[in-house]
Each structure stands twice: as structure tokens, then as C-alpha cells.
Design a protein around this ligand. Sequence first.
Ligand code: ATP
Length: 513
Amino acid sequence: MANEDQFKKVISHAKEYGYVFQSSEIYDGLSAVYDYAQNGAELKKNIRDYWWKAMVQMNENIVGIDAAIFMHPTTWKASGHVDAFSDPLIDNKDSKKRYRADVLVEDYCAKIEKKIEKEVKKAEKRFGDAFNKEEFVSTNGRVLGYQEKIDIILKRLGQSLEKEDLADVKALIEELEIADPLTGSRNWTDVKQFNLMFGTKLGASAETAMDLYLRPETAQGIFVNFLNVQKTGRMKIPFGIAQTGKAFRNEIVARQFIFRMREFEQMEMQFFIKPGTQKEWFEHWKAHRMKWHLSLGMGNDNYRFHDHEKLAHYADAATDIEFKFPFGFKELEGIHSRTDFDLKQHEEFSSKKLQYFDHEANASYTPYVLETSIGLDRMFLAVFSNALRDETLDDGSVRTVLKLPAVLAPTKAAVLPLVKKDGLPEIARQIIDDLKWDFNVIYDEKDAVGRRYRRQDAAGTPFCITVDHDTLKDNTVTIRHRDTMEQQRVKIEDLRDIIKKEVDVKHWLQKMK
Ligand code: ATP
């Protein structure tokens, strides 16, 4: 299936199976704002829990907080967001469409990358089993040429953005002859900076109301609470503070479903360390976060690191964990070495000391910070789009199946009475009453059992439990596994353990070791 078709399918499947709806759809929706439906809310919660358990519960030296969305407006002056949280925008004079200038250039590079992928596929076919991808991409002249071109372009883009040389960003767009993707026009305006923060007001009367921003990241709620948490939690460096919560950005271009939203959720962790140790902690968190992703079994080839050329004003090293979305490799998570920038800024703007007294060193210092920051909605899209497959079965029929990692699936099991009579529904209800203490389970009695299996496959339910006439005799049921479609006859009393084994967080997170 072409990537674009696959992405369209992801969006329509998310709607059809109660995962994601357009916000205020009856009023024709709101651009780049989405609602999570009955299954989506569960999947999102499970992803959040999986992150929280891995970061907070499993690490003695990391604690979680839940800071307010509204923050004192000086926070955003101190953090640099008022002055520097902007994206370079460019308008097309003919189509009147607005774009992010850096994204236009990056998309151009992604097209060259596609050419590399094509060369690799061709060579794979030609050489068969003897094909060595690594060797091929590091020696093939054409691939090297493409790669060099990408590197030169991205380097120049990074440097121009770093120097705020927006005229050069425009020059680059013109030199590469980049056209409006929708209309093909190359009639561009100059590149301008656009601040992404949403403003609002706090207070009842117009005269006394205070101008506020909706937070564009959750991180600052952690920085301003650094000392409170350190003291009340008696935390010793190195230690981390984690939080999940909503963030808001007035994105210039937001056309990729829940990949880029104007209201979204982040899962962030700030790890406070001794100055000078940032390199080793950067490597540590890079490796650790990648292990977390890989533990979900979504394909090792679907991830890669992308080290930043252009560093944000606060960082001395940064990398992205990129995931292969239906529209190509894109940032899923950022890992940043933020130095002591934020704490120092807050010290300066608040005139409060935000230092740590290190008993071992018998000295006070401003800690350095290592940050891991992942978008919950982006993670949702990664999980959901990777899980959705059309599988051709042995009999030639095609089944649509949502192979969500069982630990994340919204519903763990559907209980299906074979027929709606002979006492089978009552037994199914008893099974549900028993299992619902531990898992989300649902009852389904409509249609033939085969159709019910398909419905649950498409909804992502890992197990179906069928109650039939033999159940009346021997208290056994059939349990069917979504991914293999394998069916087993088991005792009702064993169901809990069978399901638990496959959906238990421990079983999954242990893969990080
Ligand atoms: P991008 O380059 O894609 O705009 P970013 O580098 O600005 O992202 P960060 O500020 O590092 O992103 O935010 C951390 C994480 O938050 C990102 O890796 C991403 O998963 C998520 N995120 C950022 N912006 C959005 C958005 N508009 N919608 C959904 N998720 C987002």
C-alpha cells in the first residue's frame, strides 16, 4: 500500500473504531485539534502509564509531579520562549498558503532520502541473501552522492537558522527550486519568525487582567519546582522529576493528523546532575529511552537517532529518536542536554537561589539538566499506525488487524457466548464479572462468532474468549489469540493467568534489561 494510502487508512480506522475524532466535528472541526474517543482514551492512558512506570516507578531517584498549565508570565521570559520560541514561516504569494520554511527544506531532503531507499531496494533484489545494507550505503557512489547532498543542505539550513539569517533560508529554498507542494508555485515571500505561544488573560476585569500564556512545554513547571521537590523529597543528585500534561503551540502548519497538534500532551523528565557529567548522562538516557521504545516490539528498524546540527539556545547536545511513520522517519522524542541554562535563568528572573548543596563535595552549585521529552500523541500515532495491517490469510481472504502491543491495548479480552441462549450469555457475564477486576473486558454477542473475531481484530483486542455448549459440561472455554489466530481450550479458572502473562507491564518492561 502506498504510504499516503496507508496514512489515510490509519486516520479513517482511528475514527471508525472509536480511537480519535476531529474536535467539535459537528461544527466542521477545529484545525489540528483532536478528541480521543472511548478506545483512544484507554490506549493513551496505557501509553502514559507505560512511560510513567518505566520512568518514575522503576527509578528510585525519579519522582513525578503535576504542575499547572498556567504559570507566572515571567516564567516564559526567563525560559526564552517570549523572545525565541518561534518558527520560520514563509507564505506562497499565489496560493496564499503558509509553510514552515525549515520543513520545506527538510521535506526536500526526505525526497532525496527516498531515492536512497529506492537504490537500496533495487540492490537488495539484485544481490539477494548476499546483500549487506551497511556496506552498500557506505560504498555505493550514487547513494553517497545523495547523502552528501542532504548533508550539505541540512548543514546550511542549520547554520542559517542558528545565525537567524532568514534571508539565506529563503535563498536556499530558491536555489533548490522548492515549490509550493499544493500548487507548484515558486512565488515566495520573505521568511519571517512567528511566535508559537498562545496568549490568554487571567482575571475578571479588563483593567486588572494579567496576560498569560498557555504553556508550550511542560518542562518549565519542573524547573520552577526544582528546589521544592528536592527539599521535600530529600532528593540527592543525580535525580529526576517527571511529569505528563498538556502543552499548547500555535503551529504554523499542522496537517498531519495527531503528529502535529495545537493542543497536545507531553511526557517529560528533567534529570538534575553534577556539572561536567552531562556527556555520560546524555549517553545513558539516549540508550535507556531507546530501550523503552524497543521493549514494545514495534520493529528495531523503525527507529533511529538524529543528532542535531542546530542546537537550541539552551542545549549543549541534542538528539531525536525518530520513528518511521507512514510519511517517513520523523521526530518522536527529543533528548537534550540543557546545561544549567533554565535554572540559572529562573534564578536571575526570580531573584531566588535555585542551587543544590552537595554534601559530598561540601559545595553549592547550579545543577545541569538532562531532558527526555516525548509527545504522547505522537507516540500514540507511532503505536497505532505501526499496528494497523491488512493480512492475507491462507484461504485468500484479507483480515484487518490492529496488532497493538498487548500491554497497551484498550480492551484486553472480549467474551463471546457462541449463541444467545442455553445459559451461555450468563456464563459469559460471570467471566466478565470476574475478569473486570483486573482487566478491561467487553461482552459481544452480535453476529456469527467469526465476524465477532474480525471485529475484535480490527479494534486491537488481544484475546477473544468463546463460551460454547461444552463449557456447560466441563467449565472450559476457547481462547483465541489475535496475532496468531491460534485457539486453545482452557479452564475458566486459568483465564486470568493466561491473560495476565501477556498484558502485564512487568513482562514488557523487563525487556529493557
Ligand atoms: P518538531 O520539530 O516536530 O516541531 P520540537 O523539536 O519542537 O518538535 P520539542 O519541543 O522537543 O519538539 O517537544 C518534545 C516532543 O513533544 C516532540 O518530540 C514531539 O513528540 C512532541 N511535540 C512537539 N510539538 C508537538 C505538536 N505540535 N503536536 C504533537 N506533539 C508535539
